[in-house]
Design a protein around this ligand. Structure first.
Ligand SMILES: [Zn+2]
Length: 93
């Protein structure tokens, strides 16, 4: 019998551990720059709780976690991505 162990990751905002599927992954990809849910490189995870993604310090936390500078436009994209994920919960990624 094969038991599937969920991949657990820590939300950079609340520091709680969640199943990977319930988190949004932000990756600093070597080639593509900052991308969501895919890519290879340094990654940060954030849970889908409004308290976390609408945190005023989230950009700073992300910059620290990804060790990079994020453009001001990043937060706009980030918010759009998050609201679209909340409309269509991701499965199996
Ligand atoms: Zn969180």
């Amino acid at each position: 019998m094969i038991q599937q162990t969920p991949v657990m990751r820590i939300c950079i905002s609340c520091r709680k551990t969640y199943d990977r599927q319930n988190l949004i992954k932000i990756t600093k990809d070597h080639k593509q720059g900052i991308i969501f849910q895919k890519g290879m490189g340094r990654s940060a995870y954030i849970c889908k709780s409004k308290k976390c993604y609408s945190d005023s310090k989230i950009k700073k936390k992300l910059q620290k976690a990804l060790k990079t500078f994020l453009d001001p436009e990043f937060i706009d994209i980030f918010e759009k991505v998050i609201s679209s994920y909340n409309d269509n919960p991701i499965k199996g990624i």
